[in-house]
Design a protein around this ligand. Structure first.
Ligand SMILES: Cc1cc2nc3c(=O)[nH]c(=O)nc-3n(C[C@H](O)[C@H](O)[C@H](O)COP(=O)(O)OP(=O)(O)OC[C@H]3O[C@@H](n4cnc5c(N)ncnc54)[C@H](O)[C@@H]3O)c2cc1C
Length: 444
């Protein structure tokens, strides 16, 4: 810190780019723009603003007693405040972990360097294989299919995007991707048993094995593993910083980390490496969404300012997380917030579910698109706990943001039915799909 309380900021990252939109990378693979376009601010711009932005730099040791960070180069940096945002690491099936270093054209997908390698492997590929059924896996499968690569997706039961959607909603997306992109989905309990390569070491097929021992060899000359991520916490843990049952770094509401049972006032953590409290189940879990990271970053910035200035009003807290999520998967938009039916069941929460399918504007108006909506309400209080949308109509993000507020402020099914909504036949229906879904939940 400089005299007068002005902060000197040092930013470290392992990749070579500046500030880059990871979320934009799957669309670059789909050919919508170049990978380089996703670099929003180059490192030099940060340097011009006085931020010591160091790319291709790795921290190898933290010492919270000495208030220092040691780099791989041996250099030691001192800090007044430390913010840990080390992200996440892909989880690999055992057979892939063993083969990853020997078999080429097998990738994980976490950053722009992965995107560049996937892109290079896609160029002359005829058969693609994706392990996973989350957003990144499906967006990658669409990228393959758009480039004419015959694609197989190995997920698991019961359907697609299980952390966002109930199986009946996931199936709408699955059928759409089968019909429009000719993607083959394997959603039984199966795992990769082996990756077979040619004499040059390039992958040629994936051997998949079912729980019953049945095997199938699937041709593949590009493979992407996007089966899930665990928080990257080794650096923090080796400094004695505590992690929780989800594997993420434990923080308090101010985002301070915990060591030997005490929260450290000068060390914060955020992002994919921390655990959050779920707003519905009140359990600790991972969020791993850019939307959560942004709010956490604002909380930390406020709290460092508050600490330096002594201004109590600047202090902020990160509240329990409802994870509003939206994704464009091919031409279909998928959104969700709050819990799914399966998560409710696992947590012993009884829900009333209501579904509806309507169009996005007046039936007679050109360009009306279908909206499939599902709302989940607490069976006793009838308050909204979860919402899911699968639709080819624009506006899914705005709808999910609206429902996030409805959950946050405890709206009931009846209140959603009675809520006044704006109307113009070219933009909306007089009676919205949410109203029908809420009515159907009350009839359930
Ligand atoms: C392909 C893809 C698409 C996504 N799409 C979306 C989306 O549409 N919407 C959404 O909300 N979220 C999306 N996400 C998730 C979102 O990108 C992450 O939640 C967000 O980037 C997490 O930010 P973070 O800072 O915690 O981690 P990251 O962005 O992963 O950054 C971690 C950084 O820490 C650095 N690092 C780690 N260890 C060290 C070390 N020892 N020394 C120095 N540096 C280190 C890494 O180099 C990296 O730069 C997507 C993720 C991926 C991979």
């Amino acid at each position: 810190m400089q005299p007068g309380g002005k902060l000197e900021i040092t930013l470290l990252k392992k990749e070579r780019s500046g500030w880059l939109s990871t979320c934009g990378l799957p669309f670059a693979l789909q050919g919508i723009y170049d990978i380089e376009t996703t670099e929003i601010t180059k490192a030099e711009e940060f340097l011009k603003q006085g931020v010591d932005f160091r790319t291709q730099t790795e921290a190898v040791e933290l010492n919270t007693d000495e208030k220092s960070v040691r780099l791989r180069s041996g250099e030691e940096l001192r800090y007044d405040f430390l913010v840990i945002a080390t992200g996440r690491t892909p989880v690999l099936p055992k057979a892939v972990e063993d083969a990853m270093n020997n078999v080429k054209r097998v990738h994980t997908f976490s950053n722009e360097e992965d995107a560049e390698q996937i892109y290079a492997s896609m160029r002359d590929a005829k058969n693609g294989f994706v392990r996973g059924r989350g957003i990144i896996a499906l967006q990658t499968a669409v990228a393959f299919a758009k480039r004419g690569i015959k694609t197989t997706v190995l997920g698991g039961p019961p359907s697609l995007l299980p952390s966002m959607l109930d199986a009946d909603m996931g199936d709408i997306l699955k059928e759409y991707l089968e019909r429009n992109y000719d993607i083959r989905f394997i959603l039984e309990r199966k795992e990769i048993k082996a990756l077979n390569a040619d004499a040059e070491g390039n992958v040629r097929s994936v051997l998949v094995e079912g729980a019953d021992g049945e095997e199938e060899e699937i041709p593949a000359d590009v493979v992407v593993i996007a089966r899930g991520f665990r928080p990257n916490t080794e650096l923090a843990r080796s400094a004695g910083i505590e992690t929780g049952e989800s594997g993420g770094i434990i923080t308090d509401k101010a985002m301070h980390v915990r060591k030997k049972g005490k929260f450290l006032r000068d060390v914060f953590a955020l992002g994919d490496c921390v655990e959050v409290v779920d707003a519905i189940t009140h359990k600790r879990r991972l969020a791993q969404l850019a939307s959560a990271v942004l709010v956490q970053a604002r909380v930390i910035a406020d709290n460092i300012v508050s600490e330096i200035s002594g201004e109590v009003r600047a202090y902020s807290t990160y509240e329990p997380c409802i994870s509003p999520t939206v994704a464009a998967i091919g031409g279909m938009l998928v959104g969700s917030v709050g819990i799914t039916s399966e998560e409710a069941r696992r947590n012993g929460i009884k829900v009333l579910a209501g579904k509806a399918q309507k169009v996005s504007k007046a039936r007679y108006f050109p360009g009306a698109e279908k909206i499939n909506a599902k709302l989940l309400f607490d069976a006793h209080s009838e308050r909204l706990l979860g919402a899911q949308i699968v639709s080819s109509a624009e506006g899914v993000a705005e709808r999910i943001n609206e429902l996030s507020l409805a959950i946050k402020f405890g709206m009931t099914a009846k209140e959603i039915c009675m809520n006044e909504r704006c109307y113009d036949p070219s933009l909306a229906l007089l009676k919205d799909v949410f109203v029908d879904a809420a009515e159907n939940a009350l009839k359930a």
